[in-house]
Design a binder for this molecule. Structure first.
Ligand code: T1G
Ligand code: NAD
Length: 695
């Protein structure tokens, strides 16, 4: 086995880090680096050092699994002190994704060269922390405060080309990057170039030292969403210290901030989601060596809201896609919407016109279903009607090639029943996208009773390829997300009758960090959709039904639970709605009372968690973390609280059990009684996360 850090001697020595898969800077790597830099310092035959990494990437950061354990020396700072004291030039050879601590290592080198496809970033903010090893101090010195702060606050990487432009890298090298770095180091030696240390660079800080107010403008431009989040606010302060304080004093304070964040609930929740996201696509009972099928061409049936968005996902990933509709008119409408979406992205600067054309060219619209013969995967997105879906799958069965994967985007319907409309149920599964499909990251992959292992593996691989976060779930009405959403909705409507108004209910969720509450969401999706489903099934939702019957269909009619003025999407509380709600209370003989935020919040969230417990118990979700991932990526659950099951563990299951029992008794609704698993865990002092381990 190769050493985890190897020193290859020579006039230009090469230090190679080899810690697959992403060369995370775990303790053994830090110790290896310390040892290698010490030996390089002490070896008189070495005149310069290239730092490189084996495998797919330069170091992608600290090892996140170490954050929950006591720190083990040496720390990165010890390694950095050695590097900065070096009299021999150190050149970083970057490829892949130098991120976080990995980029901070590179920032401490005297020079940086990069392969053309390198992406460089400080993603710590996405884990609820901030760059803890010099990133907040060295990056502003190298590229300027105005360029460093947005990188730190967004956590998004930049390209090697941009890094070259802003001074983060010194050269882009084609071919082998280590060889390129060695050649670069030789030139540094030959030309006796100075040992540039980022910590000594002052030029780019000067304007802010002279006029600290300049920084307020940078902050105003860079800070997007910081409400409720501890890390962005702290990061803004840390970058401020780069021009306010001496380097070492600033770094000392940064480390304090870093440790506070690392030990806080928000970062713990975000780290939980980082690992849960990667686990959600893993299926323990898939036979080892199961290979996904090759996907060269896709087809989508239906060019409506979802079909259009799903087609964009394929085209965005470079996969040609055929879109099948029933009529030319529906097809043209669908394709026009797709085009408009792309044009808006171009207008916002998110896409070049050429790239838009390239993507549009990958899409072929047709009214001839025969065209799906060439597809390796077909995603059906027609109306939510079982008979129609069965008919469509019957046709797909006759036309699709034997190896094709047949997926349905149904929101609720039984995937096994749909599969039975074909003679090949093993090829069928659900691929449940979320609206808008080209934007939302979640992909619920619904495994049918007969779905073949390689079909499941294909859906997961395709999901990743098109940039989604796949979570594998079982068949049940509404799958994981919508089934839990339904549980939330029941109490929402009841609370209106008891005394709350839509803005009170929605406010309880937005205050917690959701982008919107159930009523604003209903207005956005269109209230008529649910109304039609209820009419068909004989179900009722008194207030929502009354609104629809009064012509209030939501944003599309300018009125729903709220009113919307002048084409705006901002909900405005409407006295007419209040009147309608109060009248309904009177009809039911309910004396309206004041419901506080806490009661509203718990009555929305605890039933949802309860349903999550049932789903876990039934094995519909494999792990509580899968449910968390579904809610964070599909339903706007605030990531810094870690998703419903993680949050429930933090609140404490006994408290939730007791509150649910009260809510159930008051509503006389046995469905709200604590689920057996929740009760069992609460009684035994357990948590949902411990349930995962016991399974
Ligand atoms: N620590 C531990 N494990 C990690 C890891 C990390 N930093 N990064 C990835 N893994 C594991 C991951 O769980 C998965 O494991 C496998 O590697 C492959 O990952 C001091 C405080 C690099 C872009 O936040 O963004 O530095 O599931 O499936 O799609 O200031 O991983 O196979 O068991 O995601 O090719 C900052 C996090 C840390 C980078 C590769 N760094 N990683 O994506 O593979 S904080 C990050 C990523 C820090 C300093 C601080 C991505 C990737 P398993 P993958 P990928
Ligand atoms: P939609 O009404 O916007 O689009 C459906 C399209 O299917 C229409 O354009 C229609 O002409 C077309 N169609 C009907 N029969 C067809 C056939 N036999 N062949 C080809 N095309 C046909 O509906 P939508 O919102 O896109 O929903 C589609 C599916 O996605 C439904 O199953 C829905 O439950 C599911 N879904 C919707 C959402 C959402 O938020 N809208 C989210 C997730 C899943």
């Amino acid at each position: 086995m190769a050493n985890i850090v190897e020193l290859r001697p020579g006039a230009v020595a090469v230090i190679v880090v080899d810690n697959p898969p992403v060369n995370a800077l775990k303790q053994a790597v830090r110790a290896g680096l310390k040892d290698a830099f010490t030996r390089a310092r002490d070896d008189a035959s070495i005149h310069a050092i290239v730092l490189t990494a084996a495998g797919r990437t330069f170091m992608a950061g600290a090892d996140i699994t170490e954050f929950d354990k006591p720190p083990q020396p040496p720390g990165l700072i010890e390694v950095f002190d050695l590097m900065e004291a070096s009299k021999k030039p150190i050149v970083a050879a970057l490829h892949g994704t130098p991120l976080g601590g990995g980029l901070e290592v590179a920032l401490t080198c005297h020079y940086r060269v990069a392969a053309p496809a390198t992406r460089l970033g400080l993603p710590e903010i996405k884990l609820g922390i901030l760059p803890g090893a010099g990133g907040t101090q060295r990056l502003p010195r190298l590229i300027g405060v105005d360029k460093a702060l947005p990188m730190i606050l967004s956590g998004d990487p930049i390209s090697a080309q941009e890094a070259l432009k802003n001074g983060l890298v010194d050269e882009i090298v084609e071919g082998d990057v280590t060889e390129g770095a060695i050649a670069f180091a030789r030139r540094v030696l030959a030309e006796k170039r100075p040992l540039t240390r980022a910590r000594d660079m002052e030029d780019k800080l000067k304007p802010y030292r002279d006029n600290p107010k300049l920084y307020d403008e940078v902050v105003a431009k860079s800070a997007k969403r910081t409400r409720g989040l501890a890390a962005p606010a702290a990061a803004i302060e840390c970058v401020r210290w780069s021009f306010e304080l001496p380097f070492d004093e600033a770094e000392r304070r940064v480390r304090e901030e870093f440790q506070k964040l690392r030990d806080g609930d928000q970062s713990k929740a975000q780290r939980h989601i980082f690992f849960a996201e990667r686990e959600a696509a893993k299926v323990p009972d898939l036979p080892a060596g199961t290979k996904p099928r090759e996907i060269k061409r896709a087809a989508v049936i239906g060019a409506g809201t979802m079909g259009g968005g799903i087609s964009m996902c394929f085209a965005n990933a470079g996969i040609p896609v055929t879109i099948v509709e029933t009529s030319r008119e529906a097809l043209d409408r669908g394709l026009a919407t797709v085009k408009r979406n792309y044009e808006n992205t171009v207008k916002r600067g998110g896409l070049t016109p050429d790239e838009m054309e390239r993507r549009l060219k990958l899409m072929t619209g047709t009214t001839d279903v025969d065209a799906i013969r060439e597809a390796d995967i077909v995603v059906e997105a027609v109306f939510e009607e079982m008979e129609l879906k069965k008919q469509v799958f019957g046709k797909l069965d006759k036309l699709a090639q034997p190896n094709a994967v047949l997926a349905t985007n149904t929101s609720y319907l039984n995937v096994n029943e749909i599969a039975k409309a074909t003679a090949r149920p093993p090829s069928v599964l659900g691929m449940h996208f979320f609206s808008p499909a080209n934007v939302m990251r979640l992909l619920e992959i619904v495994r049918g009773a007969e779905t073949a292992p390689d079909v499941l593996a294909t859906a997961i691989a395709v999901g990743r390829k098109i940039g989604k976060v796949p979570a594998v779930v079982g068949v049940t009405h509404g799958f994981v997300g919508n089934r839990m959403l339904h549980a939330r909705g029941i109490e929402a409507e009841r609370m209106l009758l008891e005394g709350a108004l839509p803005q009170d209910v929605d406010g309880a969720l937005t205050e917690f960090g959701f982008p919107m509450g159930p009523f604003a969401m209903g207005d956005l999706a269109g209230l008529d959709v649910g109304w039609r489903v209820r009419k068909a099934s004989g179900a009722k939702a008194e207030i929502a039904d009354a609104l629809v019957e009064a012509g209030r269909h939501g944003q599309k009619t300018g009125k729903g639970f709220y009113k919307y003025e002048g084409g705006s999407r901002s909900p405005i509380p409407d006295p007419d709605v209040e009147k309608l709600i109060v009248e309904a209370s009177v009809r039911h003989g309910i004396k309206r009372r004041n419901l506080d935020r806490k009661e509203i919040f718990e009555r929305l969230i605890f039933p949802l968690i309860n349903e999550g417990a049932r789903i876990l118990d039934e094995g519909i979700a494999m792990r509580p973390g899968d449910i968390d991932v579904i809610w964070v990526y599909g339903y706007g659950w605030p990531v810094w609280t870690g998703g419903p099951m993680h949050y429930a563990d933090r609140v404490g299951l006994p408290y939730i059990r007791d509150r649910l029992a009260e809510i159930a008794a008051r509503a006389k609704n046995p469905k709200l009684e604590p689920a057996p698993l929740l009760a069992k865990l609460a009684d035994g002092g357990g948590t949902f996360s411990s349930f995962k381990k016991a399974a």
